[in-house]
Design a protein around this ligand. Structure first.
Ligand code: ARG
Length: 464
């Protein structure tokens, strides 16, 4: 260790092993953030050029050159051609170094009035904007797919279960509509998380502001945020907090998806045979020729555990962090990026799987053992005037006499609000359209703001 090399960085000389330890996985992880840092830095440059100081920190032409260079870096990053070097530590210093190499003095002036702390926080919030909005739209799309599945199978009977034991007549329609509604509530949490993330922390600098007339309203506006965060100290405290809130919403989405996956795994077992999973979503075994395993659904289940773990890691890091920036916060980045990406991937993979899943009506009907009709039998006696508790005991004492009923009729007979015969598919679709419309409008606003800021079409290629 005595001969350990010391490496020059943008911000001083550091031992190589210390550099490797403190940079952690940032060199890899920050590839997802280069684009967002370019956008944040462009807004900062435009703001600096308008700052009322003499001599100016940046002249308008310097800001234009910076914006152009940042647009070029963004495109290079998208094409996988922007490299973060170990001595850069992270994407933020890599971008500053590159600007300095390409523009000279403008690059050396770009960091005026900001810190890497508000810079990272801003880049992460921009990432959140894009990816939480994407998740909202994917959750809404899956909710619509589940609603379509529900409507297509509205009258297909399915024995309702409690404690996994056969309970009462129900339908595939109710089963699928319930998962749709579950996901629509999760989408509300994502929308709430988005609204909290939609505040700009830029200009808070190291946590305490700067003695320069920076215009935080302006950078917030240029970046398409609804407003700046207020106190510069909270702006930094919210690093990790926003990630934690987003992950909490993602965890709820994943809990829903995991439970849906669990139902599908269970009910597609040969012993049940209620559902047939699409072959193209199942994998075979290396030894057992007959196998068609529900791997996708199993991985949705385990990814839920991982996303909840990510949420827990971020909470634990935050819990112990004192006020102001602390390097601990850097370690919230990996679980945040993993959790959001895993949630979006699960939402996307389940949509076509549900579309291609088949319900086996005869097998579902075969699940209606006579006892499934026991409660209905008691309620028939109630209809004839008997008090419910008496009817309950009468049926309980004569369970063998409860004959098999008609599963379709029994499920349809429940017509009240939200019951198998009273499902309002339009209500579910309207909720999905509301969430999707909100996310699409926010995305358009963000893309518009970035396109104006960078003087280029954003996003540059199709997608997202
Ligand atoms: N990569 C670091 C992070 O994600 C940048 C901030 C470093 N700030 C500092 N004061 N050392 O947190």
């Amino acid at each position: 260790m005595a001969g350990m090399k010391v490496k020059a960085t943008t911000v001083g000389a550091v031992r190589e092993d210390v550099l490797a330890f403190t940079a952690g996985n940032d060199i890899e992880l920050d590839r997802d953030l280069v684009e967002f840092d370019c956008i944040g830095t462009a807004a900062h440059a435009v703001m600096l050029a308008g700052m009322p100081v003499r001599p100016p920190v940046l002249r308008p032409a310097d800001a234009r050159a910076a914006v152009r260079a940042l647009g070029a870096i963004l495109r290079e990053a998208r094409a996988g051609r922007f490299r973060i070097r170990p001595e850069d530590q992270d994407c933020h210093l890599a971008i500053e170094r590159t600007l300095t190499e390409r523009l000279g003095e403008t690059g050396r002036r770009i960091h005026t009035g900001r810190s890497r702390n508000d810079q990272v926080a801003t880049a992460l919030r921009l990432h959140t904007k894009v990816h939480v909005l994407g998740a909202i739209r994917e959750a809404a799309a899956l909710a619509v797919t589940l609603t379509d599945f529900a409507e297509a199978h509205e009258t297909v009977p399915m024995a309702g279960r409690t404690h996994l034991q056969p309970a009462m007549p129900s339908s595939v329609g109710l089963w699928a509509a319930a998962w749709a509604e579950d996901l629509l509530d999760d989408a509300v949490l994502l929308v709430n998380a988005f609204e909290l993330a939609d505040q700009c922390p830029l200009g808070s600098a190291a946590s305490y502001g700067v003695p320069l007339p920076i215009d935080r309203e302006k950078t917030a506006r240029l970046l398409g945020f609804s407003r700046p965060t207020h106190t510069v100290l909270y702006a930094n405290h919210s690093r990790g907090k926003i990630e934690s809130i987003v992950l909490a919403a993602c965890a709820q989405v994943m809990i829903t998806l995991s439970r849906l996956a669990q139902d599908l795994i269970l009910f597609s077992m040969p012993e049940f045979g209620y559902f047939v999973l699409p072959a193209e979503f199942c994998t075979g075994s290396s030894i057992m020729p007959q196998k068609r395993n529900p791997d996708v659904l199993e991985l949705v289940r385990s990814r839920a555990a991982r996303v909840m773990g990510c949420a827990g890691v971020v909470q634990e890091i935050l819990r112990a962090a004192p006020s102001g920036y602390n390097r601990d916060l850097q370690d919230t980045k990996e679980p945040y990026l993993e959790g959001v990406a895993a949630t979006r991937a699960a939402l996307r993979v389940l949509d076509p799987l549900i579309r291609a899943t088949k319900a086996d009506a005869p097998r579902l009907a075969a699940g209606f053992t006579p006892d499934v009709f026991a409660t209905d039998r008691a309620l028939e006696l109630v209809a004839g005037g008997m008090p419910f508790r008496d009817a309950y005991h009468h049926v309980k004492a004569n369970l063998g006499a409860v004959g098999a009923g008609d599963p379709v009729r029994a499920a349809r007979a429940k017509k009240h609000l939200g019951a198998p015969g009273g499902l309002d598919f339009a209500l579910l679709r309207n909720r999905a359209a509301g969430a999707d419309g909100l996310a699409a409008a926010e995305r358009d606003e963000f893309n518009g703001a970035v396109s104006r800021l960078l003087h280029m079409r954003y996003p540059p290629a199709a997608g997202r």
